[in-house]
Design a protein around this ligand. Structure first.
Ligand code: 6PG
Length: 267
């Protein structure tokens, strides 16, 4: 693995990327739990996002984390039936949440199509649950709130699409342009299925650390543009920034369009 000042870590291949990210996640959760007693992770969908979860569940060091005291949310979710193979939460339960025996009361899924109402109602309900937990956290822990509408996110995982989308925020579309909201409903996702619920970029960027986990040659252009400082409306991945740290965890193929100067210089 090659690690650079600007938070970019380049791994030889997909498997190495996912197992290294899993190890980094375990270390981070142990650190946060030692300070706060619990930790909050925001999960994502996509092949890399789910493969990291499977790698966590397979990691020998997984037992260092108290999985009964980790809170889980989603950066985005497909508005489909709960048991649909397209559902990010279903994939996460199978890959990691069930094998690790997490506390289901701490797993906050976006409503599925079984819930009353349409995708807008699901987005509103998810925003409401985020705000309710944020309020309870603030009362319980008394720490200064980053945003009163959101719990404190310690690590927020993102995958990146070939078009540089993150979560379900797609270039030039309404979601990436949305401000003053924490959650948006998406009805016309270019990536199927069409209906989704997504955190906004503002909400994503309240996370202490944002980790973008990216593999494959087809993402190299998006990674190159994002790290070259493109605008977030055209290149949503460029806009994802954690409060304390933004990590680009990529494989060699996805890093293939990164100029060496950018890696060494750290900016
Ligand atoms: C989703 C994901 C989406 C995904 C990217 C990358 O629900 O589809 O949240 O943002 O992370 O499209 O997906 P891959 O890693 O499969 O390319």
């Amino acid at each position: 693995m090659r690690q650079f000042p600007n938070g970019v870590s380049i791994h030889p291949d997909f498997d190495a990327l996912c197992s290294a990210t899993a190890g980094r996640m375990i270390t981070k959760l142990v650190d946060v739990q030692s300070r706060r007693g619990e930790a909050t992770v925001v999960l994502t969908g996509g092949s890399a996002g789910i493969a990291v979860l499977a790698a966590v569940a397979a990691a020998p060091a997984r037992s260092a984390v108290d999985w009964q005291r980790v809170n889980f949310w989603w950066g985005d979710e497909r508005f489909v039936a709960a048991d649909s193979p397209e559902r990010n939460a279903r994939a996460a339960w199978q890959a990691m949440l069930e094998p690790l025996g997490v506390d289901p009361m701490r797993v906050h899924e976006v409503p599925s199509t079984e819930a009353p109402g349409d995708v807008e109602a699901a987005a509103a309900a998810y925003a409401g649950e985020l705000a309710a937990v944020a309020e309870a956290e603030e009362l319980a822990e008394g720490f200064e709130e980053i945003d009163p509408r959101l719990p404190r996110f310690d690590v927020l995982l993102l995958g990146v699409g070939p078009d540089a989308h993150v979560a379900s925020l797609f270039p030039e579309m309404a979601g990436i342009r949305t401000t003053d909201e924490t959650v948006v409903a998406v009805r016309d996702s270019p990536k199927p299925p069409p209906e989704r619920v997504s955190l906004t970029l503002e909400a994503i960027n309240t996370a202490e650390e944002v980790w973008l986990v990216v593999a494959g040659e087809d993402k190299a252009g998006a990674v190159g543009l994002a790290l070259a400082g493109a605008g977030p409306v055209q290149v949503p991945a460029a806009g994802a920034q954690g409060r304390a740290k933004t990590r680009w965890l990529v494989d060699q193929a996805a890093a293939s369009q990164l100029p060496e100067r950018l890696l060494e210089s750290g900016n």
